[in-house]
Design a binder for this molecule. Structure first.
Ligand SMILES: C[C@H](O)[C@@H](O)[C@@H](O)[C@H](O)C(=O)O
Ligand SMILES: [Mg+2]
Length: 442
């Protein structure tokens, strides 16, 4: 039975995370985790909907909501059958609108809006098929997957034929890895303790709790002040020891030379990687940093806005870890392109998560990547952050520091109705109350 997308609803959802400095780092001292949220309404008698979001950190979320609205005419009235008969062409249709393309192309707010919409379509598709997204992808043939991938601009490093070969080589054994995932889950690391705005006491208490909960991989924020970084890294190492892995994240604050000298100081804490050491666009800068601070690895991706950027990072030996982001790239289709390129280059994919809904999204990506694309867990860990999961209908499940595969149909990104109401900006109760309180105290 065919399902038609009849309407597109958008929501500006913001959580006041800056009040506790959750999510704070050297570049972003007070983020309000936010979602430019979209619901695809359909004419299905059982109320089938597709949900998607793009993550932002507060102000400007309304711009991404406008981007979704601007793109929505390209989807309204289409049937799911028509879209899924050729997902690749559908993706080019969204990315190819000549007038909208001018304000990208394939980057910035317009691409974030596109990501929310594309992911909403995949959510709808997976729900209609009655499968979680990772399973929908795992059950596809290599040819079906390749037909979803945008190869434009990346054929010089990965042809459709090569992509097909990667998938075909893993197809006969994918059931073994699927069983393994269902039993053990996908290994994760936690960023929950290491936010820059947390006091030493809070940092220490959270690290202790994470060790008790079974975590063995930790990420801390660095980059604002070297003495603070050294003190905090010693504190963390005292608690987690040297058998656990420690990652560091500078969120783009350094120049290239500064990144190298700073990391020479911090390398005694044996970090696995330094993340976003400099501008996310400086591919050759990352390559130099990677050369000069090895064996500490270089990771980036949460601000890597399209597959072309990732292509060049990989070609230039500028990244050791590829941190794809489910809604910075243009949704599932473009993520598939990056997973396949990473497999060809032998670069581990460790997606960016946290934020709001990013953990819910990327668990599907990593599980699919392992089962069908990379077939390896070596050097692969998926980020986890313990915030805001209570707002989702189908929140992530963590067991012993591993993500357990979602079982409900869809992309796990559907937010609870009451959360959408309460956190809508600026009219939801959470924001209207704080507005009236601040007026009273003026
Ligand atoms: C502002 C955000 O919390 C960032 O600090 C966060 O995405 C971070 O870079 C991460 O890697 O989780
Ligand atoms: Mg980061």
């Amino acid at each position: 039975m065919s399902v038609t997308i009849t309407d597109i609803e958008t929501y500006d959802i913001r959580f006041p995370t800056s009040r506790n400095l959750d999510g704070s780092d050297a570049m972003n001292p007070s983020p309000d985790y936010s979602a430019a949220y979209v619901i695809l309404k359909t004419d299905s008698p059982d109320g089938l909907e597709g949900h998607g979001l793009a993550f932002t950190i507060g102000r400007g979320n309304e711009i991404v909501v406008s981007a979704i609205q601007a793109l929505s005419y390209l989807i309204r009235g289409l049937t799911l059958e028509y879209i899924t008969s050729d997902m690749g062409t559908f993706w080019y249709r969204l990315v190819g609108d000549s007038q909208l393309r001018w304000i990208g192309p394939e980057k910035g707010a317009i691409h974030l809006g596109l990501a929310a919409l594309v992911n909403a379509v995949w959510d709808l598709y997976a729900k209609a098929e009655g499968k979680p997204l990772w399973k929908l992808l795992v059950d596809m043939t290599p040819e079906q997957i390749v037909s979803c991938v945008p190869f434009r601009y990346i054929r010089d490093v990965l042809t459709p034929q090569e992509a097909l070969e990667i998938l075909k080589s893993n197809e006969p054994t994918k059931h073994i890895r699927e069983r393994e995932m269902l039993e053990r889950g996908f290994p994760a690391y936690t960023t929950s303790a290491g936010w820059l705005g947390y006091s030493d006491d809070k940092l220490a208490a959270l690290c202790r709790r994470c060790v008790e909960e079974g975590w063995s991989h930790f990420k801390m924020k660095v980059g604002a002040n070297l003495e603070d970084d050294i003190r905090r890294a010693s504190l963390i190492r005292d608690i987690i020891g040297y058998d656990c892995a420690l990652m560091m994240d500078a969120n783009q604050v350094w120049d290239v030379d500064q990144a190298i000298s700073w990391m020479k100081e911090l390398s005694k804490f044996n970090p696995v990687w330094i993340e976003e050491p400099t501008s996310p666009d400086d591919i050759l800068g990352h390559a130099r940093i990677a050369r000069e601070i090895a064996p500490v690895g270089v990771a980036t991706g949460e601000h890597c806005h399209n597959r072309v950027m990732f292509k060049q990072f990989m070609q230039a030996n500028a990244i050791d870890y590829c941190q794809v982001d489910a809604c910075r790239l243009g949704g599932v289709n473009e993520v598939l392109a990056v997973l396949l390129m990473a497999a060809k280059f032998g670069i581990p994919v460790c997606p960016h998560a946290g934020g709001v809904g990013l953990c819910e999204y990327v668990q599907h990506i990593s599980i699919f990547d392992y089962i069908y694309v990379s077939a390896s867990l070596e050097n692969r860990v998926l980020e986890y952050v313990d915030h805001l999961h209570e707002h989702f209908v189908d929140p992530v499940v963590i067991r012993n520091g591993n993500y357990m595969p979602p079982t409900s149909p869809g992309y796990s990104i559907t937010m609870k109705k009451e959360s959408l109401e309460q956190y809508q900006y600026p009219t939801g109760i959470v924001w209207s109350l704080s507005e009236s309180q601040s007026r009273k105290t003026m």
